[in-house]
Design a protein around this ligand. Structure first.
Ligand code: DAH
Length: 343
């Protein structure tokens, strides 16, 4: 028995020295130490030896088992070292190569436009207030003077949700009533930026998700002249042109009375008429008006004592005009070749 053990040990060590891969080492382990391995079988047969031979056989077999385990471990370690040496010899690191530059991020062109808008209105005393994207029919329409049957609702193609009366806001105007209810009876000067959603065909001129910046001023003795002055100052600074020509046209919105739109002169063609201004010489940039008495009342302000103005603009449209971009879809297509041109 003892001789058999010693012979097995020698044979096993020799076989291990020939094992050059992980697979071969696994096979070796199964051959000698596995359930049906040679050593395992020998160990099992110790029980059948005469009693006086058992202790010596037991001791020797333990020694052999430990020796084989240690040898296996040593062999595995050596192979690892070998692999590492080979990799180091092959994959040399050239520390003199230039590093890979980390690409610098930059602000999205719409974020840049939003920040300019905040800055300009901030200087005129307007603070920024944000409201929710998921709105109720009540705030998006009803409190803005559009009852359920009102035809003006058709102006805003709406994403409704499966919950009755819950929708994605189609404009930032619902923030007007929310802001009035928050600040009553204080005078108000805020801008309300945020995303809006419309269930519309996406084209070069319309996205189904876009930003708006709403403006609202409420107080005593606020007039249309104040609105015009604020919007004119804004246009001069936003388009970096102190001589910019603007014009106001009457329009209709259910939540303002009177309602106006502001155009700026077409700087693409110098007002001569081109494709961008649709040969009118003017570019429409926002809608505005005096807050409708019903809307003031819905916000808690008595229209006999208070008045106010409101406006709403699309920062994408402003960025589009500022940079002469001809397709609004570029803004959210995440193409770095486009985005890296700004800032
Ligand atoms: N909410 C309007 C829209 O989405 C824009 C607008 C027009 C806002 C006139 C106003 C306003 O505050 O006075 O088309």
């Amino acid at each position: 028995m003892l001789q058999e053990l010693i012979k097995l040990e020698q044979e096993a060590l020799a076989a291990l020295a020939r094992a050059g891969t992980v697979d071969e080492m696994d096979a070796w382990r199964a051959d000698y130490m596995g359930k049906k391995g040679a050593l395992t079988l020998l160990l099992r047969s110790i029980g059948q030896l005469p009693a006086e031979q058992r202790p010596a056989a037991g001791q020797e077999s333990n020694r052999v088992k430990q020796a084989l385990e240690a040898a296996l471990e040593g062999r595995a370690e050596a192979m690892k070292q070998q692999a590492l040496n080979a990799a180091m010899a092959q994959e040399q690191l050239d520390v003199s190569l230039p590093g890979r530059p980390v690409t610098a991020g930059r602000l999205h062109v719409v974020t840049q436009a939003l920040r300019s808008i905040y800055q300009i209105f901030g200087d005129m005393g307007f603070r920024v207030e944000e409201w929710r994207d998921v709105e109720s029919d009540e705030f998006n329409f009803q409190l803005l003077n559009m009852p359920p049957y009102h035809p003006a609702r058709d102006k805003w193609s709406t994403f409704h949700t499966t919950q009755e009366g819950v929708l994605l806001r189609t404009h930032t105007s619902p923030g007007q009533v929310r802001t009035m209810r928050k600040y009553y009876p204080e005078p108000i000067r805020v801008i309300l930026p945020g995303k809006c959603y419309r269930y519309e065909q996406v084209t070069a001129r319309a996205e189904s998700m876009f930003y708006q910046v709403e403006g609202l001023a409420v107080g005593e003795n606020i007039t249309l002249a104040d609105l015009k002055g604020v919007l004119y100052s804004f246009a001069k600074r936003m388009f970096n042109n102190n001589d910019i020509r603007v014009r106001f046209r009457f329009d209709y919105f259910p939540f303002t009375e009177p309602s106006i739109e502001m155009d700026i002169e077409c700087f693409v063609c110098g007002s001569k008429g081109c494709r961008i201004c649709k040969h009118s010489g003017w570019l429409e940039i926002l809608g505005a008006g005096m807050v409708h008495p019903t809307v003031l009342r819905n916000g808690g302000y008595d229209p006999a004592k208070y008045s106010g103005f409101a406006f709403g603009m699309g920062p994408e449209r402003i960025a589009l005009l500022k940079h002469s971009i001809d397709d609004i879809r570029y803004f959210y297509a995440n193409d770095l070749r486009f985005l890296n041109q700004f800032g």
